[in-house]
Write a protein that binds this ligand. Structure first.
Ligand SMILES: Nc1ncnc2c1ncn2[C@@H]1O[C@H](COP(=O)(O)OP(=O)(O)O)[C@@H](O)[C@H]1O
Ligand code: SF4
Ligand SMILES: [Mg+2]
Length: 333
């Protein structure tokens, strides 16, 4: 497809630790269409955040991107200079992380820190800058803006802080937004408000969105297509509806069973077994020690992604032989 804003191909990002090489992202490929909302889902430790950090080229040491291509708007981000990347981050690609405090500076008031981001990317007069800040804070629903913009992050609740972090991420109207578990640290009601806000902003600004989460309820509400990650590899890619109704990978079935509803967090059941050690991942299919459908072949040979129907790919030797349980979903999109 030509109209992709992002095309990640064969991405490998490893951490060279004293204990060994952690293969956090080990050959991940996916595309993102313009204006599309794509989910990256998987249990904790499956490589979601490292994938996002790789695209932004901010993988911390001892991590390194060792292979792959990251085409953004036609150019390979892995070939950009650090200076070029700095311009792209914040201006073209915005980010929101789980903990809003981590993206806000505690020693500056809200107005100052949003202004700093604007001025880092654009030359604006003080007046124009101020009215941009007010518009942004209005957009994300901050009340009493004139007063609140002079306050500091610690004077805001978690939900309000995340709204400010979203405003900061949207400063230059990015074409692409990475939201990495943006509501995990918020309570359920506030979580729904922040997700609704993100959906509305996305529609209004026409952004492409990569929504990173371990929560299938959030995937249902926020995305139209999903990439399922397990132990640094893609195990399934499908339209959100198809993934819920006709999952093809046993891990996806387990994820669907593990997190029944956005509003039923307490019912969260864990998938039996442990997330594999990524220094010495299991042989063959990395999911085989936890998979109830595993055969001898699964222990030896790693499955490749293959198409099951148009727009639906799965990496499982057994997908033709097993009937997996899906569920009906009403998509929020
Ligand atoms: N700084 C680091 N040093 C070593 N290993 C790391 C580092 N950061 C992440 N990893 C490893 O990379 C893997 C994927 O992590 P991550 O992308 O954060 O998972 P997720 O976001 O899906 O929960 C994990 O096994 C984690 O331990
Ligand atoms: S390849 Fe085998 S072990 Fe892996 S998910 Fe499929 S059936 Fe399970
Ligand atoms: Mg993460």
């Amino acid at each position: 497809m030509e109209d992709n804003i992002l095309h990640v191909e064969g991405l490998k990002t490893h951490f060279f630790t004293e204990a060994g090489v952690v293969k956090a992202v080990d050959g991940v490929s996916f595309t993102l269409g313009r204006g599309e909302s794509l989910g990256l889902v998987g249990e904790s430790g499956s490589g979601k955040t490292v994938t996002a950090l790789s695209v932004l080229r901010i993988v911390p040491k001892p991590g390194r991107i060792i292979a792959g291509k990251i085409e953004y708007d036609g150019g390979d981000l892995l070939k950009k200079t650090d200076g070029e990347m700095q311009k792209i981050r914040g201006k073209d690609i915005g980010t929101i992380f789980q903990d809003p405090s981590s993206s806000l500076n505690p020693v500056y008031n809200i107005e100052t820190q949003i202004r700093d981001v604007i001025l880092a990317h654009e030359k604006l007069s003080a007046k124009a800058c101020r009215s941009r800040i007010i518009k942004l804070l209005e957009l994300v629903g901050i009340p009493e803006i004139e007063t609140r913009m002079r306050e500091y992050p610690h004077q805001f609740s978690g939900g309000m802080k995340q709204r400010v972090a979203i405003a900061r991420a949207l400063v230059c109207e990015p074409k692409l937004l990475f939201a990495d578990e943006p509501t995990t640290s918020l309570d359920v009601t506030i979580q729904a408000q922040v997700l609704d806000l993100l959906n509305e902003l996305k529609r209004r600004l026409g952004m492409s969105l990569v929504m990173i989460t371990h929560d299938m309820g959030i995937i249902a509400k926020m995305t139209t297509r999903v990439v399922v990650l397990y132990a640094g590899l893609v195990c399934e890619i499908a339209k959100t509806m198809d993934l819920f109704e006709r999952p093809r990978h046993p891990y996806t079935e387990a994820l669907l069973g593990a997190v029944p509803r956005l509003d039923m967090r307490k019912a969260l059941r864990l998938i039996p077994g442990n997330i594999p050690n990524l220094i010495n991942p299991p042989s063959g299919c990395r999911f085989h020690p936890r998979c109830k459908y595993a055969t001898r072949r699964c222990e030896i040979e790693g499955p490749l992604l293959e198409e099951t129907e148009q727009g639906h790919e799965v990496a499982c030797h057994e997908w033709r032989n097993i009937k997996l349980k899906g569920e009906k979903v009403s998509n929020g999109q």
